[in-house]
Write a protein that binds this ligand. Sequence first.
Ligand SMILES: Cc1cc2nc3c(=O)[nH]c(=O)nc-3n(C[C@H](O)[C@H](O)[C@H](O)COP(=O)(O)OP(=O)(O)OC[C@H]3O[C@@H](n4cnc5c(N)ncnc54)[C@H](O)[C@@H]3O)c2cc1C
Length: 295
Amino acid sequence: MVEVIGFGLAGACVALQLQRAGHAVRVVDDGKPGASQVAAGLVNPVAGRNFEPSWEVAEAWEVARPFYDSLDSGLFRPMPILRLWRDDRDREKFARKREMLEPWIEDVTNEGVIWREGGWLDCPRFLKVAREHFLENGGEIVEVPKGGRQIWCAGAAGLLRGDFEGVSHRSAKGEILTVRIPGWNERRILTRNGWLIPIGDDRYRVGATYDWDDLSPGPTDEGRTKVESILKTFTDRDYEIIDHVSGIRPIIERSKPVIGEEQGNGWMVNGLGSKGVIYAPRVGLEMLSHLGLGS
Ligand SMILES: Cc1cc2nc3c(=O)[nH]c(=O)nc-3n(C[C@H](O)[C@H](O)[C@H](O)COP(=O)(O)OP(=O)(O)OC[C@H]3O[C@@H](n4cnc5c(N)ncnc54)[C@H](O)[C@@H]3O)c2cc1C
């Protein structure tokens, strides 16, 4: 029996992949909302200011996209991502890196560059569908560990507790707004100093803040103000805030996913950072093959 502790993106991927490989799996879920419940699900191959493709993004997405589609083809919503220009220096920076970025470029316009392979994963629905698949295929979900070989997928909660000795982290709180903007009809994901994702019915998800000092639970007035200022860089239309959420991104040194072992405490899959959707399925498979449990 393998026990997977935590059922966010990491735990769900590890548990389902173990199950598919024919192993008996038990999930330990404390029912507390982790980062995966609030994640906007953005998949952006070239995130950030400096036109740097995310680390091994092609290899990771090659595993992730079919994994999500195998659960439900509607979980991932492909959508063009328009990275708006900041200024002339920004355009020049892009021009210097253009050749390296060619695999991700759909188009270059006066507004900015459009990335291909972008979109967003409906994370709350992914967690629901993953849970259903897991249970339908004989999985067991309990609230406290019962024993067995343990794989800890505890996200920021585990990092903050210090579950694994010697793992230093720099986890960051993030806040997101969902707003309604009637009649705008923007159908692309917009990014620049933040992002905006159209999620249908005149609703848009906007984010996100980064705070490495205040890791307290719950959204804040300051966070809301910061996200509203991001929104105003994308549109001057009137909006209504319909939701405001926060969570903590599990970030380990170098912002890369980590598989770790501690004698007596089992294994760990953590450090999905701000790109859990891209990396979780691949790091899950790596965990399995590391333990010799792959199919
Ligand atoms: C505001 C915000 C926006 C984000 N946007 C995006 C985005 O657009 N795209 C993207 O790819 N990523 C995004 N992320 C990052 C993404 O959310 C994370 O990379 C990912 O969710 C981490 O998944 P995880 O499974 O490691 O952790 P979590 O989702 O936190 O899951 C860990 C789970 O383990 C449970 N747990 C912990 N300890 C125990 C225990 N002892 N017993 C039982 N259960 C336990 C917790 O309660 C939790 O449910 C965002 C994050 C935040 C905060």
